[in-house]
Design a protein around this ligand. Structure first.
Ligand code: M6R
Length: 615
């Protein structure tokens, strides 16, 4: 949440920073602002609303140019989305400017202190106190990095801070605790940003910062220390995708592009993970096999879409490895006092690698002695860094707030992980593993086939644009798919959407069914235990008898559902456990089209942000 950019180099800082903010706007779009240093002065502009408002403001009131600057795109926490609350925040003398991502928990006490010392704070934000504290510390330290270290030691909570000071016009200083900040290393120019997409057009060389570190950036160098000023260890890495991967590439929305990229994302996530003899080799899983063999429980922690991937993973893990598996919302996990020990394997799933709820849950798990394995899409992010091992998904950058290709690749990674556990523990034979991997390898083509047949789904979505409610039903792995379909519709179409286990319907939710209510039903493979399939066919009849308009997602060749489907969406036949890889796709397309038909912003739904870095 909140996107931050800092720049020191030879180009126009304003141009670089605004271009970087465009790439980070998915992180929050309540307001945007910039501050640029030029000969002896600091010039700032900020505007509520999307970045485009700031761009208009900069046309009407151009800022003096300079080659050092910072910028911010906001997801509001403290104080509404107004011009005054927008970042950057300045001290009373207008010499220091700061942008912030996170929450400063002790800001109220600091604010009172500052007021007692005569500071005049204008906004409702927690951030503004930092500008004033930096100004105070700078006046005695005479150095912005040192002032930042002194201020950070006084702050509680989570924060990425990036600041400039008019009296040190060549320098940008950043600090991080629990919120993301990466360094981009260029030639004669350096960058700071919440993620690499902000500077990927300029450099693919990045430095991952650790917890409680302060970074000082000039056009010629990068210096990193801890909060006490001691030199800090950092990890340099090369970003393995380029600027084009973070552009729309001719699609109207990032979401459409990312849906279309799914066959490749699935294939890329499988790539290189099987050796010549057909054995799985998950190189990044550094947890010793002996520990994996002894694990007596798997606990999956995740949020939102990643949580739904975890719910599906549970079926595969328990079926293939016979280890009990719990799946828990990361935001609830540590408050429940979960029973964890050295034999617990915790899997933390996160696209961004920065979700604060998941990060806090994984820290709690490690404190209790559990081993944590991250399934993550973002190299250099906090969750893999703080885990004992990581299995990267190779979805490439996901920009649309609604997660699509990340979800499919999370599923693939979880299937691989479950098979790997089966391999290590000897609960699956090599040929059995190979058979599943062969099926996984052909899924990319099946997803492609699904994508080619989506026009009727789009037409159906448009015809339902006036509806208020859509329900989703599923059984077995189809149940989490129903939850995911409902989540997509809520966040994109702003419609009331609920996912239910089809068998639960009769225990209450069936009372919601009324004439012409659209109900999407995800039907398990008829090849699965036939009782499972038979039961859901009965459920479809039950809701149809009560007036529901049934939208049935069923495998090709499943004729039993035909008489009860008002709308039938066909998906290719797949092994039972893998079906979510194809059944989710029509639901993504459905939600995207409904959002468009209702005139909603597809890539940037209201109130949301892509990377949720507050608890
Ligand atoms: O980056 P993460 O995978 O940790 O994010 C978790 C959720 O915030 C995310 O999946 C969210 O639910 C998506 N917007 C859903 O489309």
């Amino acid at each position: 949440m909140c996107g931050i950019v800092g720049y020191a180099g030879g180009q126009s800082a304003l141009d670089v920073v605004v271009a970087g903010l465009k790439r980070l706007e998915y992180r929050g779009y309540d307001s945007a602002g910039v501050a640029v240093l030029s000969d002896g002065g600091l010039a700032a502009a900020k505007k509520a609303g999307k970045l485009v408002n700031l761009e208009k403001e900069l046309v009407n009131r151009p800022l003096a140019g300079g080659s050092v600057g910072i910028g911010h795109t906001r997801w509001a926490t403290h104080g509404g989305p107004t011009d005054v609350n927008a970042h950057p925040h300045l001290d009373n003398a207008g010499r220091v400017a700061v942008v912030h991502n996170g929450i400063i928990e002790n800001f109220a006490a600091l604010r009172e202190e500052l007021a007692d010392r005569g500071h005049d704070l204008a906004s409702e934000t927690d951030t503004e106190v930092v500008a004033h504290l930096l100004a105070e510390e700078f006046s005695s330290a005479g150095d912005l990095a040192e002032a930042m270290r002194l201020v950070c030691r006084r702050l509680d909570g989570a924060f990425t801070l990036v600041a400039v000071h008019a009296d040190q016009p060549d320098v940008v200083v950043g600090a991080r605790r629990n919120s993301p900040l990466v360094v981009g290393v260029g030639e004669g120019e350096n960058f700071l940003a919440s993620d690499v997409s902000a500077f990927i057009a300029h450099t693919r060389s990045a430095i991952e910062l650790g917890q409680d570190q302060v970074v000082e950036l000039t056009r010629d160098g990068v210096t990193v220390t801890d909060f006490d000023g001691a030199p800090a260890d950092v990890r340099a890495y090369h970003v393995d995708w380029d600027a084009s991967a973070a552009e729309k590439g001719g699609y109207d929305y990032f979401m459409l592009k990312e849906i279309a990229e799914q066959p490749k994302a699935v294939a890329d996530t499988l790539l290189g993970r099987i050796d010549g003899s057909g054995r799985l080799t998950l190189d990044e899983v550094r947890i010793p096999d002996a520990v994996l063999r002894e694990a007596d429980k798997v606990v999956i922690i995740a949020c939102g879409t990643a949580f739904h991937a975890g719910l599906i993973a549970k079926y595969a893990i328990e079926h293939w490895t016979r280890i009990p598996c719990e799946v828990e919302l990361a935001s609830e996990f540590r408050y429940r006092d979960p029973i964890l020990g050295q034999k617990t394997l915790v899997i933390a799933i996160s696209q961004s690698g920065e979700t604060m709820d998941t990060l806090m849950a994984l820290r709690h798990a490690r404190e209790q002695g559990a081993k944590v394995l991250a399934v993550c899409n973002t190299n250099g992010s906090t969750i893999p860094r703080e885990s004992d091992a990581v299995l990267y998904t190779h979805a490439g950058p996901e920009v649309a707030v609604a997660s699509t290709k990340a979800f499919l690749t999370q599923l693939v990674a979880c299937y691989l992980l479950a098979l790997y556990l089966g391999q290590v523990r000897g609960t699956k034979w090599g040929d059995e593993i190979h058979a599943v991997v062969r099926e996984l390898a052909r899924i990319g083509d099946e997803v492609e086939r699904v994508l080619e047949t989506m026009e009727p789904v789009r037409a159906l979505a448009r015809s339902l644009a006036h509806k208020d409610t859509v329900l989703f039903l599923g059984r077995h792995v189809g149940y989490p798919v129903a939850l995911e379909g409902a989540l997509k519709l809520k966040e994109l179409a702003y419609m009331h959407a609920e996912g239910f286990a089809a068998g639960e319907l009769k225990h209450g939710p069936i009372a919601l069914i009324e004439e012409d209510l659209p109900v999407v039903v995800v039907v398990p493979s008829p090849k699965a235990r036939s009782v499972l399939h038979d039961k859901i066919v009965s459920n479809i009849q039950e809701i149809r008898a009560r007036g529901a308009r049934t939208i049935v997602i069923a495998e090709e060749g499943d004729e039993a559902v035909v008489p009860y489907a008002d709308h039938l969406i066909r998906i290719p036949a797949t092994p039972t456990l893998l079906q979510p890889l194809v059944s989710t796709v029509p639901l993504q397309v459905f939600a995207c089209e409904l959002a468009t038909a209702r005139g909603n912003e597809v890539d940037q739904p209201r109130n949301l942000a892509k990377s949720v870095t507050v608890e």
